[in-house]
Design a binder for this molecule. Sequence first.
Ligand SMILES: [Mn+2]
Length: 328
Amino acid sequence: MIDVNKSKEPKQAVIIGFLSKTQDRFAEYQQPLSTRERLEIVTKIDGFSGAEIVYPYETGDASETRQWLKELNLEIAAINVNIKKEKEWVAGALSRPRKQIRDRAVEMIRKSKDYAKQIGAPLVTCCPLSDGYDLLFQVDYKNAWNFMVEAFGEAADYLPEIPLFIEPKYSETRVHCQVDSTSKALLLLKEIDNKNTGVTLDIGHSLQSQENPAQMLATIYESGFDAYIHTNDNDTKFDWDLIGASRHFLAYVELMFWAREYKYNKYFTTDASPRIFDMIEFFNWHSATTTGAWNLAGNLSAAEIKKMMAEEDFDGLMKMVNKEIYRL
Ligand SMILES: [Mn+2]
């Protein structure tokens, strides 16, 4: 295991779907590329050594993909299982009243764990975006919650050496998602009661849920679960997947500070979309920003900061932020 507190370079990866064509309701951005071509682009970005790939849409033959990874000297940060795209899951997958629909989603997560094992990925992450509601009086909250606990529990029990991470998000694709905050994800994991689980803390999702990402990282660990981090930024109203630290610089540095405190050694996986920007430039800047924030946090005196917190030296902490972080 690397000593993260001495490392000058945080491990960084990217969700490779962002290296191809993306679209919103009004426009399309960038060019469509194959999984192999997307992986080749990862090697062109300074500071990136890992990829998060989507099961089953970017994952072909496991041995072929493993060969590509070896050739390109890349690692898999995570397998991201998609349980929202298939027609039957557009209105939800794990919280639906019909058991067959839930069972097929659980089966998809199980298969993604098999694939993760075959390819040497350390974890599977799942963001149940379509599980939620658009209108009030639309879903039975009682059943929906219990179905999600049961379904995620079944998926977590399978192949325990590949842990299952749940990624909360407030909104999209439903107006209000079931797992709408980090705390809700933790409550779900407490109900499931399986230690081979964790929370994928997406900075932008956390901000959209009116959270402070650093505080939520500490809450995840203090609740006894593992954490995996997605990096990006937004305006707190919508999950814009902006370049890291562009709107919440101090929150980004504070998250890095606590990630170091907890000796976080998984990938910082970029969940940001270049859209109108030049793709390589965008990710090079994102990577440099994450490395810069990591190093800035590492150069702070953690012992002094924690002493000031213990002594409630609020003025000292405020000055530290202005002098050492903002450098004013
Ligand atoms: Mn994410």
